[in-house]
Write a protein that binds this ligand. Structure first.
Ligand code: NDP
Ligand code: MG
Length: 458
């Protein structure tokens, strides 16, 4: 395609002139000359607030948006690995792939154990590689055209074999950390839904992304909202990030009733339709705590500059505040295909049949401060972020164990914060210098949580 070649040449010609003088990870360098992408013109770790300050707006808007859009229009399909393809985020991402068959090819689909679901997806999307952690008894003949991987490392093996340009990391929990780590080795962009990977390995993951100059595009709706707002800020410093929270299924419940909320009560999220673990996290507001930690890493913001605003309608997805008090908000009806599509098509917006915001129908939007008395785990997450080191890993590990126990009806809902609190007190907090340290802290937290659970269930 001669036009495509000229665009590449145009992009390459301008490369040395880019004035990225920021911190280490923000300096522009051609990663792999033959596959230079327009988004390399954006600072590479998206969006480092300080780093963004140093990008003249002209370069930012012209290079990123114009060239990016042009490139996306004329270039060949992007290949994407959907890791956690059978989940809530994975299936919605595949819905976008279906709507844009000329833009995306899902070359790698992975899941944990949902073999029948994955077989159906493989039949429909024709990836080159697929993976299941738990090997099924047999693989149907009509899905044998792709390369299959099984076992605990299967996600990473399939990702490597697929040579996907982008990885949508949508595995739930710390189980997705290895995949994010591997994606940073082999992909051009990482589309991150798996917040637990940043909560646990945040410093290491962000450093690796910076060193390798791999853009991390947020998929979590709040972080996507902040990312979208940041693109309108020109050179102005951001004073505060405001993460909105729906408040979860138990927002209006009395503290005494919350303790014995059933799995059914907790899984009834008022505004979002999501996987089980994150829906429980929303009800305990641990999710918002994890998101504060995620925002800290993605946007290089200290805990003190990240606030939570309870907003039950989930129409404002998050906001940024400037030094003059001005606040930018990103709004839309709650539908994860918005932020997923934004990350997939970035910097272009991919049109789909999104329900428009009808302000007349809405009438009003409500806001409240978070109630730390009813949602103590939110406070614990903020404190864990401030403590640093292994504290966020411990919080996450204990929470994953507690949520698992609650979903299996081993413990009442009200025990979740207690289990997390115990692990944070009892497990020695250490520095995190490697992924091995992350897994060691996670194992210690889970062991402590399991002990507490056993004690509570005796
Ligand atoms: P789901 O539970 O719906 O899906 C999880 C996916 O990961 C499934 O494909 C599952 O496979 C796979 N998986 C689970 N455990 C493992 C494992 N040990 N190894 C490999 N794959 C595994 O989760 P969601 O889609 O709701 O969430 C995914 C991530 O995105 C989470 O980190 C969540 O916090 C984040 N997120 C989700 C949002 C949402 O709207 N759902 C919104 C914002 C963020 P299988 O089906 O076989 O179990
Ligand atoms: Mg979110």
């Amino acid at each position: 395609m001669p036009l495509a070649r000229s665009v590449r040449r145009y992009i390459q010609k301008r490369q040395p002139r880019l004035p990225f003088q920021g911190r280490q990870g923000c300096r522009f360098q051609m990663k792999r000359p033959p596959s230079v992408q327009p988004w390399h013109f954006h600072e590479c770790i998206l969006p480092d607030a300080q780093c963004l300050n140093q990008i003249p707006h002209f370069y930012y808007s012209v290079h990123t948006h114009f060239i990016g859009a042009l490139y996306n229009t004329i270039m060949e399909k992007r290949t994407i690995a959907i890791l956690g393809a059978t989940g809530s985020i994975g299936t919605q991402a595949l819905d976008i792939v279906s709507r844009y068959p000329d833009r995306f090819h899902a070359v790698c689909l992975t899941a944990h154990a949902s073999s029948e679901k994955l077989f159906d997806l493989v039949r429909k999307y024709r990836p080159t590689c697929a993976a299941l952690n738990i090997a099924p008894e047999r693989i149907p003949e009509d899905v044998q055209f792709c390369e299959w991987f099984f076992g605990p490392d299967s996600t990473v093996q399939a990702l490597l074999a697929s040579r996907a340009q982008d990885a949508l990391c949508a595995i739930v929990g710390i189980a997705g950390l290895d995949a994010v780590w591997a994606a940073l080795d082999v992909c051009e962009r990482v589309l991150l839904a798996n917040k637990e990977a940043l909560v646990t390995g945040g410093d290491l993951v962000m450093k690796k992304a910076a060193d390798r100059r791999i853009p991390m595009l947020p998929v979590d709706s709040e972080h996507s909202a902040i990312f979208q707002c940041l693109q309108a800020r020109q050179n102005n410093a951001v004073r505060r990030l405001l993460l909105t929270a729906s408040g979860g299924a138990l927002r209006t419940w009395r503290k005494a009733d919350m303790f014995n909320a059933t799995v059914r009560d907790v899984l009834k999220h008022p505004t979002w339709n999501m996987g089980g673990k994150i829906t429980v996290d929303c009800a305990s507001m641990v999710n918002k705590g994890l998101e504060i930690i995620e925002a800290h890493h993605l946007f290089d913001m200290p805990a003190e500059k990240i606030d939570v605003v309870v907003h039950p309608q989930s129409v404002i997805h998050s906001m940024i505040e400037f030094a003059d008090g001005a606040v930018l908000a990103q709004m839309g009806m709650p539908d994860m295909r918005g932020p997923i599509g934004y990350a997939m098509g970035w910097p272009e917006r991919l049109p789909y049949d999104a329900k428009p915001v009808n302000f007349y129908e809405l009438g009003h939007l409500d806001f409240a401060a978070p109630d730390f008395d009813r949602f103590p785990a939110l406070k614990m997450a903020i404190e864990a972020l401030k403590a640093g080191g292994s504290a966020p890993v411990i919080l996450n590990g204990a929470n994953e164990a507690a949520v698992g126990a609650f979903l299996r009806e081993r413990i009442p809902f009200g025990r979740i914060p207690e289990i997390i609190g115990h692990a944070l007190e009892a497990v020695p907090q250490t520095a995190i210098a490697s992924i091995r340290d992350v897994y060691a802290a996670d194992a210690a937290a889970r062991a402590d949580a399991e002990n507490t659970i056993r004690r509570l269930t005796c």
